[in-house]
Design a protein around this ligand. Structure first.
Ligand code: AMP
Length: 283
């Protein structure tokens, strides 16, 4: 695997591959790689000639300074993981490489209600930061295929919207991969590394709550179900930001079941300041 820190070097390297007609898959990450990331890399490896991964803990998408400061960084073992899956290139830029003119930018992406609901509501500015870095990375890599995880369902919607807005949808295909889970159902996440044993055992309740919502869909209305799910999470010691049952296409809250509508349950909850998110399609 080749490790490149400069955008220009990566572009030059990719140029040679493209001239040979090779297809490029891209897996952007913030590092602290786990099997969820690996599943995206393997999906890319299976469908492209060249897989590029990036590791960049993007400061502009953290709305909480402590979350940024505590974000796990495990570059050495990440490189080993990437070598093992035979990823062809790792882009490991510095903050200055991505933001040569500093963070502040007047550019604002129009994300509609995605910016005011769920993650957008509880993490103000987060998706603007995500769009900023993803636009930069896409313009540098210009992949044929981009790989994202369903674990960050709303983020997938945001990035689809971004790609449309920056007129790259004819060029880049977005591939959304299923959420990989631990044996007890906890969605794999870099933030899980921060959980102590007790927190780790409680964290599986988030998935249990999602399963509860799915299982009881026929028995209770969505509002009642959400209330019960919130109460369970609070009882377990979580501080939930939201438990939502939403339309899968718009993420608008669902208040009554409608057999024609596809729905998804989404949860964000913190345990001792460690914020975890997960979702599950209900249909
Ligand atoms: P992150 O490093 O957390 O920014 O994630 C990088 C990519 O991996 C994003 O597209 C995530 O949605 C995806 N991802 C994170 N966790 C998982 C998981 N448990 N299963 C599948 N994909 C994941």
């Amino acid at each position: 695997m080749i490790l490149l820190r400069k955008a220009e070097d990566l572009q030059n390297w990719l140029e040679v591959k493209r001239k040979k007609g090779l297809k490029v898959g891209f897996v952007p990450t913030m590092g602290a790689l786990h099997n969820g990331h690996i599943s995206l890399l393997l999906a890319s490896k299976a469908n492209n000639n060249v897989t590029v991964s990036s590791i960049f803990v993007n400061p502009t998408q953290f709305n909480n300074a402590a979350d940024f400061d505590n974000y796990p960084i495990t570059i050495e073992s990440d490189i080993q993981v990437l070598e093992k899956v035979e990823c062809e290139a790792l882009f490991l830029p510095s903050v200055a490489e991505i933001y040569p003119n500093g963070y502040s930018s007047s550019e604002k992406y129009d994300l509609g209600n995605l910016e005011t609901i769920l993650e957008g509501k509880y993490r103000p500015g987060h998706y603007q930061g995500v769009c900023k870095v993803v636009q930069m990375l896409l313009e540098i890599v210009m992949p044929d295929n981009l790989y994202l995880g369903q674990k960050d369902f709303q983020q997938c919607m945001v990035i689809n919207k971004l790609i449309d807005q920056i007129n790259l949808s004819h060029k880049i295909k977005v591939n959304i991969c299923p959420t990989l889970r631990e044996n007890d159902g906890l969605a794999m996440s870099s933030r899980n590394m921060r959980l102590n044993n007790l927190e780790r055992s409680l964290a599986a309740s988030i998935y249990q709550t999602l399963l509860f919502l799915k299982k009881n869909k026929e028995n209770k209305n969505p509002i009642e179900l959400k209330k019960m799910a919130l109460a369970t999470l609070i009882e377990k010691g979580f501080i939930p930001d939201y438990v939502e049952i939403a339309d899968e296409l718009s993420l608008a809250p669902v208040t009554e079941w409608n057999s024609k509508q596809k729905t998804i349950a989404l949860v964000a909850a913190s345990i001792n300041e460690i914020r975890l998110i997960d979702n599950l399609r209900l249909d």
